[in-house]
Design a protein around this ligand. Structure first.
Ligand code: M6R
Length: 613
């Protein structure tokens, strides 16, 4: 939610900040703003409601805001509607202190009342404005002192960029519970919410930890604790390809990322320098657990949000089916408040693309506080979840920019399959032949996904018929239900068409009353043992007027008798069908969204990483 960028150095700051914000726009895009240290100890600023391009136009790509130090922000509104006045940066009355903020100040009402009694006036509805006034209250010429005093008083989460008009040769970055990195190259220093924002300029980044402050100057950075003690930090070299954060000729990031799925799957199976399949063995070194320790796992709790949760639901079917280890899957936002029962022998797995999702992070902390080990399945290297989890198994999908996840979800499935196979191997719950078959089938997935992607034209034609749809239903049983959950979320989040996923057998317990003449129902049927059952449900639906699209295995030709339209997926292991069946559903959602003229990569009201509860 909200993206922050800052720069201080030899170059003009505004174009660099705008460029960085463009890479972070996925974090929020209802307004944007910038503050640049100008001459004569003034801060120049511009804010604009709407997409970043409004700010770009307003400042002629930054040209009208000269200066070599500044901070910028792209917003996803929490407190106060998107408006010019609520956009960041926020200021003290004299406009000599500028603040950009990502997070939520939980005690802002108390602090605002306190400051109002001291004569401070507030002009916005945001929680952030208290920070600017509080800094003003404590500022006596020493920025570090003022910042740390404010940190001692505020509760909640924050990643901040701060600029003081009378100190134009320095910028400050501050962090608690919201992501923040700083980076450096030979020309200057950078602040960003996420690596892609500065990848074009530097690969040398430092992860700012909770309750740390960074003072950035043109040629160096200093790190401090909340008690103003200086600390030493080592940089991390990021090896992501800079193109990963560019569209590279694709119309949308989502389309590009769908096409990167074969690579994401391959990299997650066989990370460079550390392949997870070695001969006949699955080696997940990051687990750092002996076979005996793996055998001792009695129960797994998978906790995640959104699509990562859906990957977890698939994981439950696959792990329970293959390794016979009991798995409970929870929505992270529910897990921490339901007083979950974690018994001896349980292990918690949190799944997250961004590694910053507030609910998932909270679930991780809750589990650790109860003394349980947490494995993070995470995509963003060095993210909060990656750093706080006891063990991290990275999904090597590379940076994902589109709000609707595709390649990270596919990589999460692979991580879960590998885990399931490893557990099955040590628990001896599959035969040698079954295990060999699994190994063989998992390696085929990248090519099979590619094949499905290359067959996109007929899906586009089909999707164009549904751009006017009011409701769409997705049904399936077992793993197919898990696929339906994800297919439905993809469609609704980017096309704004109401859609629901149902366990196929459950529809008749109420929801079938919503089926009208020509309502589209996508029936996912990839589990041979359940073909007949799903066909029965399709028949029930057709009898009530539904138009049934079936997504099934290439050998299930019998389905043609009952379905109105069939999409076939190549034959794979029953446990891996999700990886294939999701591809046409992603393409379908993409083309419906495109046909409706929606903003595919930045759907309304959403943000890529949800760092608030
Ligand atoms: O970064 P995370 O994987 O923790 O994000 C979880 C969800 O917010 C995310 O999957 C969301 O549902 C996506 N928009 C789905 O496409």
């Amino acid at each position: 939610m909200c993206g922050i960028v800052g720069y201080i150095g030899k170059e003009q700051a505004a174009p660099i900040i705008l460029d960085g914000l463009a890479k972070l726009e996925y974090r929020g895009y209802d307004s944007a703003g910038m503050a640049i240290a100008g001459e004569d100890h003034q801060i120049n600023y511009k804010k604009a409601v709407g997409r970043l391009k409004v700010l770009e136009e307003l400042t002629h790509g930054g040209e009208t805001m000269p200066g070599t130090a500044g901070i910028g922000h792209t917003r996803w509104a929490t407190h106060g509607a998107p408006s010019d006045v609520n956009s960041h940066p926020h200021f003290n009355k004299e406009k000599t202190i500028a603040v950009v903020h990502n997070g939520i100040i939980e005690n802002y009402i108390y602090l605002r009342d306190y400051l109002m009694k001291k004569g401070y006036e507030f002009i916005s509805q945001t929680d952030t404005e208290v920070l600017a006034h509080m800094l003003d209250y404590y500022y006596k010429g020493n920025p570090l002192e003022a910042i740390t005093k404010v940190m001692h008083r505020v509760e909640g989460s924050y990643a901040l960029g701060v600029l003081f008009a009378d100190q134009p040769d320095q910028l400050f970055a501050v962090r608690k519970d919201s992501p923040l990195i700083v980076g450096q190259n030979e020309d200057g220093c950078f602040i960003a919410s996420d690596v892609p924002a500065i990848l074009k300029y530097t690969r040398k980044v430092y992860f700012v930890e909770n309750q740390e402050v960074v003072r950035l100057r043109e040629d160096h950075m200093h790190f401090y604790t909340i008690d103003e003690e200086e600390i030493h930090k080592e940089p991390t070299l990021i090896d992501w390809d800079a193109n990963a954060a560019e569209k590279c000729g694709y119309e949308h990031f989502m389309l590009k990322e769908m096409y990167e799925q074969p690579k994401a799957i391959k990299e997650t199976l066989m990370p460079q320098n550390n392949p997870r399949i070695r001969g006949d063995e699955i080696t997940i070194e990051e687990l750092d657990m002996t076979d005996d320790e793996l055998r001792a796992i009695k129960k797994l709790h998978i906790v995640a949000c959104g699509s990562a949760y859906h990957a977890g639901v698939t994981g439950k079917y696959v792990i329970e089916g293959l390794a016979r280890v009991s798995v409970e899957v929870d929505l992270a936002s529910e897990f921490r408040y339901r007083n979950p029962i974690l018994e001896e022998g349980s292990m918690v797995i949190v799944i997250s693309q961004s590694g910053e999702t507030a609910d998932t992070l909270a679930a991780l902390r809750e589990s650790k506080a109860r003394g349980f080990k947490v494995l993070g399945i995470v995509n963003v290297v060095g993210s909060s979840i990656a750093r706080e989890a006891d063990k991290v198994m990275y999904t090597w999908a590379g940076p994902e920019i589109a709000v609707a996840t595709t390649k990270a979800y596919s990589a999460q499935l692979i991580a879960l399959y590998l885990l399931a196979m490893k557990l099955a191997r040590v628990n001896n719950t599959v035969t040698k032949e079954e295990y060999q078959k699994l190994l063989c089938d998992i390696k085929l997935l990248p090519d099979q996904v590619e094949l499905l992607l290359n067959n996109k034209n007929h899906i586009q034609k089909f999707a164009n018929r549904y751009i006017g749809a009011k409701d769409v239903f997705f049904i399936g049983r077992g793993i197919d239900y898990a696929i339906s959950l994800e297919g439905s979320l993809k469609l609704k989040e980017i096309s704004y068409i109401h859609s629901e996923a149902y366990a196929a057998g459950e529809l008749k317990h109420g929801t079938i009353s919503l089926i009208e003449d020509k309502t589209l129902v996508a029936a996912v049927s990839t589990q041979e043992a359940l073909y007949q059952k799903t066909i029965s449900n399709m028949v029930e639906l057709k009898a009530r007027g539904a138009f049934v699209l079936a997504v099934t295995n290439e050998d299930n030709k019998a389905i043609e008798k009952e379905a109105d339209y069939v999409i076939y997926i190549p034959k794979t292991n029953a446990y891996f069908t999700n990886s294939l069946a999701i591809i046409p559903l992603q393409l379908f959602s993409y083309y419906v969204s495109l046909g409706k003229g929606c903003d595919v990569d930045k759907p309304r009201n959403l943000a890529k990483s949800v760092t608030v509860e």
